[in-house]
Design a protein around this ligand. Structure first.
Ligand SMILES: Cc1ncc(COP(=O)(O)O)c(C=O)c1O
Length: 368
C-alpha cells in the first residue's frame, strides 16, 4: 500500500531528537512563551532571511493576526479563488471582505492580472497564497500593491523555504503567515504557526495580539485591541527547532519526487507550471483529470492513496454571490484536481509505481 501521507514514517526519522527536546522542555518547567519559542522564532527568521518571526497557535491565527497587526480592520482583501478555505475564512475572521480572483492557467496560483481587475475603492490588501510549495509571481503582485496602496500578506502555509528570485516567500509582503500543521513540510506534532515580518513595530503588535490583545500602540495607553490566545507552546517550538535544520533535506527529497513525476507522468496530464523564477519547496503534487473521481477510485484499487486540494473554490465558499464575477480556471481546478502521494516518507520506487499506475489509467481512458 502507498498511503497519500503517513506521518509516522516522516517523524520516525526525528524521534530521537524529539525525545531529547521533550525531556528538555519538561525539565525546564516552562511551557508557554519562553526560551524554546524565542529561539525558534530567531532561527526561523534567520532561515527565511527576515527581521522577525512571531509564533502563533496555527497558520489560521497567523493570517488573522497578521491582517490585524497591519491595522486592516475593514475593507476588501483579494484572495485566490483556488486554494485552501482557511485563507478566505481568516480574512473574514479579521473583519475584511474576501474578493476572490481567478487562478492562472499556467501556475494554478493567484493570477495577478485578474487580481488587478478586482481591485476597487474598498480594497485594502492582497493575500497571495504560495500553494503546493510553488511561489506566486511576487513581481506582479508587489507592483499591483504599490500602484493601489495595498498591504500584502503572503499565505506561506505550504511554502516553507519556497523562493522567488532566490528569496524566501513570506519576506516580500508586509507579513507572511506560516502553518506548522503536522502535514506541512515543516510540521510540528500538533498545531502551530508563525508570522514573518521585516517591520519591528508589526512584530511588537503581534506579540501583544497573541496574548489576548494589547493596549493601543499610541503613547499614554489608548483603547485595548482585542486579540486572541494564540501562542506557539514550548514543546512544539522545541520539536520544530529539531526539524528546521533538516528542512532543506525534507524539501529536497520532495522536490526530487516531484521531478520524477514531472518526467514520468503522461505529458497530456495538466499540472501547474512553476514561474520561471520559482525555487520550489514542493508540498503537494496536483494533476488535473476530467474524470478525477474515476482516477482516484482506480488508484485506490491499486492500493494508492490520493487527496483533493481543494474541491471547492472561494466563490462557492462565499455562496456564489452574484456580481462577484466568474473564476473559470479556479472552477476547473476544483472540479478536476487530484493530489498524488508526495511525502518525505515515500521511496523513489513508490513514486515510480504511482506514476506508472496513473499512466495506465490515462492510457485506458484516452487523453485527459
Ligand atoms: C494555504 C493554507 N492556508 C492556511 C492554512 C491554515 O493553517 P492551519 O491549519 O495551521 O491553521 C493551511 C493549512 O491548513 C493552508 O494550507
Amino acid at each position: 500500500l502507498i498511503p497519500f501521507e503517513d506521518l509516522r514514517r516522516v517523524n520516525r526519522t526525528f524521534e530521537p531528537d524529539f525525545r531529547e527536546a521533550f525531556s528538555e522542555v519538561v525539565a525546564s518547567g516552562r511551557y508557554v512563551l519562553d526560551a524554546q519559542g524565542a529561539a525558534f522564532e530567531a532561527e526561523f527568521a534567520s532561515f527565511l532571511g527576515c527581521g522577525h518571526a512571531v509564533g502563533t497557535n496555527s497558520g489560521f491565527d497567523a493570517l488573522v493576526l497578521a491582517l490585524t497587526a497591519l491595522g486592516l480592520g475593514e475593507g476588501e482583501a483579494i484572495v485566490p479563488a483556488s486554494g485552501c478555505p482557511a485563507t478566505t475564512l481568516a480574512v473574514i475572521r479579521a473583519g475584511l471582505v474576501p474578493v476572490p480572483a481567478d487562478a492562472s492557467p499556467e501556475t494554478f496560483l493567484l493570477d495577478p492580472e485578474d487580481a488587478g481587475r478586482r481591485i476597487g475603492p474598498r480594497t485594502v490588501a492582497i493575500v497571495p497564497v504560495h500553494l503546493y510549495g510553488l511561489p506566486c509571481d511576487m513581481d506582479a503582485i508587489l507592483r499591483l500593491a504599490r500602484r493601489h496602496g495595498l498591504k500584502v500578506v503572503e499565505d506561506c502555509a505550504q511554502a516553507h523555504g519556497t523562493t522567488f528570485r532566490g528569496r524566501c516567500v513570506g519576506t516580500f509582503g508586509d507579513a507572511g503567515a506560516f502553518s506548522f500543521y503536522p502535514t506541512k513540510n515543516l510540521g510540528a506534532l500538533g498545531d502551530g504557526g508563525a508570522v514573518a515580518t521585516g517591520d519591528g513595530e508589526v512584530a511588537e503588535r503581534l506579540r501583544g495580539l497573541r496574548v489576548y490583545g494589547s493596549r493601543g500602540a499610541g503613547k499614554g495607553g489608548g483603547a485595548a485591541t482585542a486579540g486572541l490566545n494564540s501562542r506557539l507552546d514550548e514543546l512544539q517550538a522545541a520539536f520544530l527547532r529539531k526539524k528546521l535544520p533538516r528542512l532543506d533535506e525534507i524539501n529536497g527529497r520532495k522536490n526530487l519526487h516531484a521531478a520524477r513525476y514531472d518526467r514520468s507522468l503522461p505529458p497530456s496530464l495538466r499540472r501547474p507550471v512553476p514561474h520561471a523564477e520559482a525555487g520550489a519547496a514542493r508540498h503537494l503534487y496536483p494533476v488535473l483529470h476530467p474524470r478525477r473521481d474515476d482516477l482516484r477510485r482506480f488508484l485506490a484499487e491499486e492500493g494508492i492513496g490520493t487527496s483533493v486540494h481543494y474541491p471547492a473554490t472561494a466563490l462557492s465558499l462565499l455562496g456564489n454571490s452574484p456580481g462577484r464575477g466568474a473564476c473559470p480556471v479556479a472552477e476547473e481546478i476544483a472540479a478536476s484536481t487530484v493530489s498524488l502521494p508526495l511525502s518525505f516518507g515515500h521511496t523513489e520506487q513508490e513514486i515510480d509505481r504511482v506514476a506508472e499506475a496513473v499512466g495506465r489509467f490515462v492510457e485506458s481512458e484516452g487523453p485527459a
